[in-house]
Write a protein that binds this ligand. Structure first.
Ligand SMILES: Cc1ncc(COP(=O)(O)O)c(C=O)c1O
Length: 443
């Protein structure tokens, strides 16, 4: 144990004599392997350095002649931090709001036990954009999901009058809601669950997009079920879009059995799918939603739960809270994340550019019918699935795309998701699609 000596900014940032700007991609990998938990498997031989424009990153790759520590190259950001950067990297209006409020407005950091003047603005903007009665701020995406889960249980006991400790929350198979114990209790992914048990009771899973399975469960246990808590489009599962009549049927069933329809819009919200929130694509209105990722404009982790008054009002002082949930900077960033979503018409752009990208996907599928099995997507949440063959490997595609200057990542062995910033330009989509075509051709 020692007191590390830390100086400088950017490449001059130096910790105990090690200057960041002197490290090769290999050095970075070694430090991460030696000093960090191995819970990610990052793309090899590349380190992101800084932003060039809203959809382009500058990254460092090993120098081929070995003279320099690295060479810098452009990388189209085809993932935008798993849809956290819908507003584009370093969105200028959000950056200006942050720097202005810190430098000029002298923004304090205070918890929720004392009021601050920006909370009102955040609540006004977030209830307005969601069309919900009330909002509770949190920090990460999984926290918004977990608070939604807790609120559904509370509503189940206090409003629906489910007997104590008998409440059931229904989820969908293949879901992804994050990494807390509650979220992995609902997961059916062995990688997320192995040796993290025992898990939370009171959870049942149904196959996604199967209305009959849901109805059978509601018939059997509906008096104990508080909510169906689910993604409107499954993101991590590989962009699974349900049948057009699924959500209207689910909504009807939920009403019939007095069960809440609770949606996790952490990945699908904030314009990603071509509507401000994905449920709007299906003409339904959930009772409660959880938002995160782009709710912080790609700058700060900001999340929130938005719902009907009778659900949110089950919260009482002391029953919930979070030190940084809704603190002044998060409130300001949250307001500006919504302002840019509206002013830049991000949902409309996602619809148009998403259509353009899907056309390319479909062209590539027609050109290589033995390689691409299916293309899926709404707005700029898109994916293509390859046939289950050894040589059609999602990770290989990600690596080859990286060599071509596109950052994308497989969600499963054979599925690659592409979800760029919603500010992406037409020519950048053309560019990305051409590189994709080249990579698929060479597989
Ligand atoms: C649908 C959904 N819910 C929740 C989460 C968790 O968000 P976070 O990683 O910010 O906790 C994610 C993350 O990918 C997600 O896709």
């Amino acid at each position: 144990m020692s007191n590390p000596k830390i100086t400088g900014y950017g490449d001059d940032l130096t910790v105990d004599g090690i200057r960041i700007g002197d490290l090769s991609p290999h050095d970075h990998e070694n430090i991460e392997k030696e000093k960090g938990g191995q819970n990610y498997n990052p793309l090899e031989n590349v380190v992101v350095s800084h932003v060039k424009d809203s959809s382009t990153l500058i990254c460092r790759k090993p120098s081929v002649d070995g003279v320099a520590a690295y060479v810098e190259e452009e990388l189209i950001d085809g993932l935008c931090c798993y849809s956290a950067v819908n507003q584009g990297q370093l969105n200028q209006e959000i950056v200006d709001a942050v720097t202005h409020h810190l430098n000029n407005e002298k923004l304090p950091t205070v918890p929720r036990s004392i009021r601050h003047k920006y909370m009102g603005a955040f609540l006004l903007a977030s209830t307005s954009i969601t069309g919900m009665d009330k909002v509770v701020p949190k920090v990460s995406g999984v926290e918004s999901w977990e608070l939604t889960f807790k609120l559904c249980r509370r509503w189940g006991y206090q409003v629906k009058q489910i007997p104590k400790n008998q409440c059931i929350i229904v989820g969908a198979k293949g879901n992804f809601h994050g990494r807390t114990v509650a979220a992995v209790s609902m997961s059916d992914d062995p990688d997320s669950r192995d040796d993290f048990g025992p898990f939370l009771p009171g959870i049942e899973l149904v196959p996604y997009n199967d209305i009959d399975a849901l109805e059978s469960l509601f018939k059997a246990k509906g008096d104990r079920i508080a909510a169906y808590l689910v993604e409107p489009i499954q993101g991590e599962a590989g962009v699974i879009v349900p049948d057009p009549d699924y959500w209207p049927k689910v909504e009807k069933l939920c009403k019939e059995y007095n069960i809440l329809l609770a949606m996790d819009e952490v990945q699908t919200g904030f314009g990603r799918t071509g509507a401000n929130f994905a449920y709007q694509l299906f003409n339904v209105k959930p009772d409660i939603i959880g938002c995160g990722k782009a709710a912080g404009g790609g700058i700060l982790p900001v999340s929130f739960v938005a719902g009907k008054k009778e659900i949110i009002d089950t919260l009482t002082p002391g029953s919930e809270g979070s030190t940084f949930g809704g603190y002044p900077l998060a409130a300001v960033v949250g307001v500006y994340a919504i302002k840019t979503l509206v002013d830049l018409k991000l949902a409309d752009n996602a619809k148009v550019r998403g259509g353009q990208l899907m056309n390319y996907f479909n062209d590539i599928k027609s050109e290589f019918p033995d390689k691409i099995k299916e293309t899926r997507g709404k707005g700029l949440l898109t994916a293509f699935e390859m046939f289950d063959e050894k040589y059609l490997d999602g990770h290989k595609v990600s690596v080859e795309l990286l060599n071509e200057g596109v950052y994308a990542k497989e969600t499963h062995h054979s599925t690659v998701r592409i979800a760029p910033a919603l500010t992406i330009k037409s020519w950048q989509i053309d560019n990305m699609a051409e590189k994709l075509r080249k990579v698929i051709k060479l597989l």
